[in-house]
Design a protein around this ligand. Structure first.
Ligand SMILES: *Cc1c(COP(=O)(O)O)cnc(C)c1O
Length: 620
């Protein structure tokens, strides 16, 4: 048996029905970021079968993937780059959240050239969150322009939306009041959108007066509460996700092969301890240390003998339990990691198998964001320098550790380089070794305790080598704000002066752990800028000060260019190893490979590697 994430689709369907009953308005299930780690296609199919009228995703590529898989309800996507390919975006028949004048101009341009007459957009207002969304000072101008496009028959303004910050009751009420002003200004401008929607799970439960026509429900559908422990959500929730793995035993002791490279949250100092984990025999364990690829375990009871090799007698450890009262839950992991339950499920790696407990058989296999050639999503790119890796491999003689899908670099892409350099191939878990053998490394060996010298070639050490991987994105929205402007959930940051804030479309589902709060920096146009406010699932905000910045401007998260912040800086800020940071890059991050030499990828004949030159890589 391999580690597996079990998803109870029955529970998700029950949660959907409970919200539909309790809220009394349309529930728009939010299935972005692989349905918070649960699997977007399986969850979407279940909810549409249960009557969901619409689905919500962050970017259009996620929407297109669901559309291509046969889901035919309206799909709303709200996180876009003005630079993306709008023809391809609209080809999938999605409804689009528009958050700036700039984006409306591009959408309008497409709409007036095209032959389609049924484009539906939702205007996304900033009512205080200070993130995506149109500033209040711009509402009238944007609404007037949208109204003109609507009257010309180019598009329909189907909705007016905003998003709450959950910063406390008076702040929430101020946001609701701002949304009311938005509705009035829209009517004044001549717009009559049919769907008004402001709230996500938390505010939808708290403020009946703010439910309008629909509530976008994410976390609640997965059976988890958006509120602090101790606050009753007032609705019965059934958690849907469990994580289990077989307990392994060797000379070095007990372990389970799931670690921080699989997305397990490291424990924060001065947080709650994690409750005991319980195995299939009812025995209790604690995690003695959390490694990249596994947890070292200690039994809390005397365990009589090593677990029998016989399959039927294997001890299966529940790392994340659905119901309280058993093993640790997602909420327990969040408390121990100093984070929120959202991050616990969302960051679990797509490499772990999902097993669905389904009310009805599912139509297709698992949904993975497939991408494709069109740029229908904001830029999120991991650039991997194969020449740098080659060079590193030639310098050393230790075996090469290709675990955790080669720590986010793609094992199939690295294997030929390792073989070419004549280095032995090792993996730190059975699953890794089996996969490497499948890829053609017939002599791949299991080395659970492989030391740092086996990963030196990635540039993970803090010695002389650069990391071979760098992470790039772009600004997708830029706005000038007044002193006092708050940013992101809980209003944990406020502008102390006139400044410019920029939106970067990477969040904890992609690459930016929440732990970087109040610590992280990125490089924009060669200048280092602080990340401000809470890290969200899909985005972060940077304070650009008085720098002249524009939407589409490149952002280097970490990189090898002089002046950039480095992967090692990020390791220090987040408490995650470079291995874990790279291995947990999410499925929405595109891997792009650079090499100047001939190259053939391992396994599966057809190579998906794009061999491009360094200069092209910077613009791809
Ligand atoms: C993620 C998201 C939601 C869902 O939030 P939950 O707190 O998980 O219910 C709703 N609306 C927008 C715009 C979002 O980005």
């Amino acid at each position: 048996m391999k580690p597996v994430i079990e998803v109870d689709l029955d529970a998700i369907r029950d949660n959907y029905r409970a919200f539909a009953d309790a809220l009394g308005v349309q529930v728009i299930p939010v299935v972005k970021a692989e349905a918070y780690g649960h699997g977007a296609l399986a969850v979407s199919q279940t909810l549409v079968a249960a009557g969901a009228p619409m689905l919500g995703v962050a970017d259009a590529r996620e929407g297109t993937t669901l559309r291509d898989a046969g889901l035919d309800v309206p799909i709303l996507a709200w996180l876009h780059s003005p630079m993306q390919d709008w023809d391809a975006t609209f080809a999938a028949d999605l409804e689009i959240g528009v958050s700036s004048f700039d984006m409306l101009a591009r959408v309008g341009d497409y709409a007036s050239r095209g032959t389609r007459r049924d484009l539906r957009i939702h205007l996304k207002l900033d009512t205080g969150l200070g993130r995506n969304g149109i500033r209040e000072v711009d509402w009238l101008a944007v609404f007037a322009q949208a109204c003109e496009l609507e009257r010309a028959g180019h598009l329909t303004v189907a909705g007016l939306m905003s998003h709450m910050a959950g910063a406390g009751e008076s702040e929430d009420l101020a946001q609701i009041a701002a949304f009311e002003r938005g509705i009035n200004v829209a009517a004044y401008a001549g717009l009559h959108p049919e769907l008004l929607h402001l709230c996500a799970t938390g505010a939808g439960l708290r403020y009946p007066q703010a439910r309008y026509d629909a509530v976008r429900v994410g976390i609640g559908l997965y059976g988890l509460s958006p509120f602090d422990a101790g606050e009753d959500p007032g609705i019965t929730l059934r958690p849907a996700l469990a994580l289990r793995g077989p307990i392994e035993h060797s000379e070095a002791g007990w372990r389970v092969d799931v670690g921080s490279a699989d997305g397990l949250a490291p424990f924060a100092s001065n947080s709650e301890p994690l409750p005991p984990l319980i195995d299939s025999h009812g025995d209790r364990w604690r995690i003695a240390s959390l490694e990249a690829t596994h947890c070292i375990l200690e039994p809390l009871e005397a365990i009589a003998e090593p677990p029998a090799k016989a399959r039927g007698d294997r001890r299966i450890l529940t790392l994340i339990d659905r119901e309280p009262g058993g093993s640790a839950t997602a909420d327990d992991w969040a408390a121990a990691g100093g984070t929120i339950n959202y991050e616990i499920t969302t960051r679990l790696s797509g490499r772990i198998d999902r097993a669905y407990l389904a009310p009805e058989p599912l139509q297709a296999a698992d949904a993975q964001v497939t991408g494709g050639d069109h740029r229908t999503a904001p830029l999120r790119k991991a650039l991997i320098d194969l020449d740098e890796l080659r060079f590193g491999l030639q310098e050393q003689f230790a075996p090469a550790d290709l675990s955790a899908d080669a720590y986010g670099h793609g094992a199939a892409k690295l294997l030929p380089l390792v073989l070419e350099a004549g280095r032995d191939v090792i993996g730190r878990t059975r699953v890794d070794v089996a996969r490497l053998r499948e890829l053609g490394a017939r002599d791949a060996q299991l080395r659970v305790d492989a030391g740092p010298e086996t990963r030196e070639f990635y540039g993970f050490g803090d010695g002389t080598r650069h990391a071979a991987i760098s992470l790039r994105s772009e600004l997708i929205n830029v706005k000038r704000v007044l002193p006092g402007q708050a940013v992101s959930y809980g209003y944990m940051w406020r502008a102390s002066r006139h400044t410019t804030i920029g939106l970067v479309p990477l969040g904890y589902a992609d690459a930016i752990p929440r732990a970087v709060f109040e610590r992280g920096y990125v490089s924009v146009g060669g200048a280092v800028m602080p990340i401000v406010g809470r890290v969200a699932m899909d985005q972060v905000v940077v304070d650009l000060g008085d720098h002249d910045c524009w939407p589409g401007m490149p952002v280097h998260i970490w990189g090898s260019t002089t002046g950039d912040v480095s992967l090692h800086d990020w390791a220090e800020w987040t408490g995650l190893s470079p291995e874990a940071l790279c291995a947990t890059l999410g499925t929405r991050v595109n891997r792009v490979y650079m090499t100047t030499e001939p190259y053939e990828s391992a396994g599966f004949g057809r190579s998906t590697v794009r061999v491009i030159s360094q200069e092209q890589g910077d613009h791809a």
